[in-house]
Design a protein around this ligand. Structure first.
Ligand code: ADP
Ligand code: MG
Length: 552
């Protein structure tokens, strides 16, 4: 215990010491607290100041914030604008890029082409180089040739000079020759005019009315017949008919001879070409401006149509007088062009049946009326009749074909109508000479007459009788007109038939008339043959012509 009490008394002494220590410390702390409070108060004032400053700063800050947001908005707008601008620029750039790419592509292509050209050029160059080297070899050759030629040229030049002087001489000669040609040409024209006059004089001397007799050959079944009743003389102008008659009791045979003479007699063997040879002079007269009539007279089947037109399907050898006349006229007219003549040819083809005119080149209309008019200028026209310009040699076959078709139509009315009517082919030739001023108006009529057989009037009745009378009347009128003309009678009975009226201006005056009398070789036709030869003789006997005037 004493220890404890000691300890405690120690403890207590220590605590009392600490207590007094603590009191000292406490008063220190109280001092310090007062100091600190002062400091705190000082700080509080400072804080207040600071807070005031802070509010000011805050105000400033919010002001700044506002300004900042404004700036930000501005920046945003500017950014937008910039962005837009940028986008546009980008677009433009991409466009440019595309363009540049295209240009690049083009350039690449061009480059390829250029490269190809270059390659070709190189090839060419190579070839050229080769050519040049071969040519330079040639050149040397040429140079030596050139020297040789130069020498030649000098020689030639001197020859040329000689020739030029010769040419001058020849030109002078040519000039004289040309003058001669001009003189000769005008002489030729005068001579053509002269020839026309002389030709006409010859035709007149031959007689303005001529008669040719033509005997057709035996044909087909007829070949067994005899032609011994006809005798041809060698002069080709005489023909004889012999008739032997046996007496009634048969004891005596007497023979009777009928001699005839014509301008020409054609035996059966004579060809169309030869016959035309005899009439071509008359065709020439038509070209020279005279009226010409060529008739074919004879019984049916004696060869009139064959003579005038030819057979049904003619060729160049057997075609008749009509196509031959047209061809000759066409050829002569062409040849006369160099003498200054220009011809127009027009053709008409009519049929006179029962004293009525029918147009063979028309539309085939039956019963169309046609009148004959004689104009004051001496021309004759048939009203409403078709006229065909014969402006080429092949037109005539066209014309004949048309006529054939129209005849076929007409023959439905009367089947032997064409042998019972007159066919009149008329060719009008109008020529004018630009050099001499001459005018020529000729007319060529080719007439295939109706069959001349004498039908016994007692057998015919009605229409047939009238038809027969019409044929007989018009054929005898034709004989009368020719007779009256030849005998220079005051009255020429043209009006007695349609045929003579139609041909009024082509018969008489300075006209030329030719009649073929066609003969059948058959013994059974003896009577008709005799009649035909007698009719022809009546016409022939008046072959007086202007050179042998009749003194009454
Ligand atoms: P027409 O016109 O006078 O009645 P055609 O001219 O019709 O006579 O002739 C009768 C027949 O005789 C026809 O078949 C025709 O071809 C033929 N003929 C006529 N003349 C000759 C001739 N010279 N040569 C050959 N045949 C002919
Ligand atoms: Mg006939």
């Amino acid at each position: 215990m004493e220890e404890l009490t000691f300890f405690l008394k120690q403890q207590i002494t220590q605590s009392t010491d600490s207590m007094s220590d603590m009191h000292g410390k406490l008063s220190d702390s109280e001092l310090k607290i007062r100091e600190l409070e002062n400091f705190r108060r000082g700080l509080e004032t400072k804080v207040e100041v600071k807070e005031q400053e802070n509010t000011k700063i805050n105000l400033k800050a919010s002001d700044l914030e506002f300004k900042l947001s404004q700036i930000e908005r501005q920046n945003e707008d500017e950014m937008k604008l910039l962005k837009l601008k940028h986008e546009n620029e980008l677009e433009e750039i991409s466009r440019q890029k595309e363009r540049i790419l295209r240009e690049k592509e083009d350039l690449t292509n061009d480059l390829a082409k250029t490269k190809e050209l270059l390659r070709q050029q190189e090839d060419t160059n190579l070839q050229l180089r080769n050519t040049i080297s071969s040519q330079s070899a040639n050149y040397l050759q040429l140079e030596s040739d050139h020297r040789a030629m130069k020498n030649n040229l000098e020689t030639t030049e001197s020859t040329l000079a000689k020739r030029e002087s010769r040419i001058a001489e020849l030109e002078a000669l040519l000039h004289t020759a040309n003058e001669t040609v001009v003189t000769i040409e005008s002489k030729l024209r005068d001579e053509e005019t002269q020839r026309r006059k002389l030709h006409n004089t010859i035709q007149e001397l031959k007689g303005n009315i001529r008669v040719f007799c033509r005997v057709r050959p035996l044909l087909g079944a007829e070949l067994s017949d005899s032609m011994s009743h006809i005798y041809f003389a060698e002069d080709q102008k005489s023909i004889e008919l012999n008739q032997s008659q046996t007496s009634a009791d048969g004891s005596k045979t007497t023979s009777k001879t009928f001699p005839f003479q014509f301008d020409k007699v054609f035996q059966p063997s004579i060809t169309q070409t030869e016959v035309f040879g005899e009439i071509s002079q008359l065709v020439q007269s038509a070209l020279d401006g005279y009226p010409v009539c060529i008739f074919a007279y004879g019984q049916t089947g004696s060869g009139k149509t064959f003579t005038m037109e030819g057979p049904d399907h003619p060729n160049a050898d057997n075609m008749g007088m009509i196509p031959r006349a047209v061809l000759q006229i066409y050829q002569t007219a062409t040849a006369l062009e160099e003498k200054g003549w220009k011809y127009a040819m027009e053709g008409q083809f009519v049929e006179i049946y029962n004293e009525t005119i029918h147009d063979l080149l028309g539309t085939g209309e039956i019963g169309k009326k046609h009148d004959i008019r004689h104009l004051a200028n001496g021309k004759t026209i048939v009203t409403d009749v078709t006229t065909l310009m014969l402006d080429g040699p092949n037109k005539v076959s066209e014309l004949m074909k048309k006529a054939g078709q129209n005849r076929a139509v007409a023959s439905t009315q009367c089947n032997d109508r064409s042998s019972r009517s007159h066919s009149v082919f008329t060719l009008r030739l109008t020529g004018s000479n630009v050099l001499t001023g001459e005018i020529s108006e000729g007319i060529l009529n080719l007439i295939d007459l109706a069959g001349s057989e004498r039908l016994s009037s007692s057998k015919a009745t009605g229409d047939r009788l009238r038809e027969t009378q019409a044929i007989n009347k018009s054929l005898s009128s034709l004989g009368d007109v020719i007779y009256a003309l030849a005998n220079k009678e005051n009255h020429i009975p043209y009006r007695n038939s349609k045929l003579t009226y139609l041909l009024q201006n082509s018969l008489g005056g300075n006209s030329k008339t030719l009649m073929f009398v066609n003969i059948s070789p058959l013994p059974s036709n003896f009577g008709e043959t005799l009649c035909s030869l007698r009719f022809a003789t009546k016409v022939n006997n008046c072959q007086i012509g202007t050179a042998r005037k009749v003194v009454k």
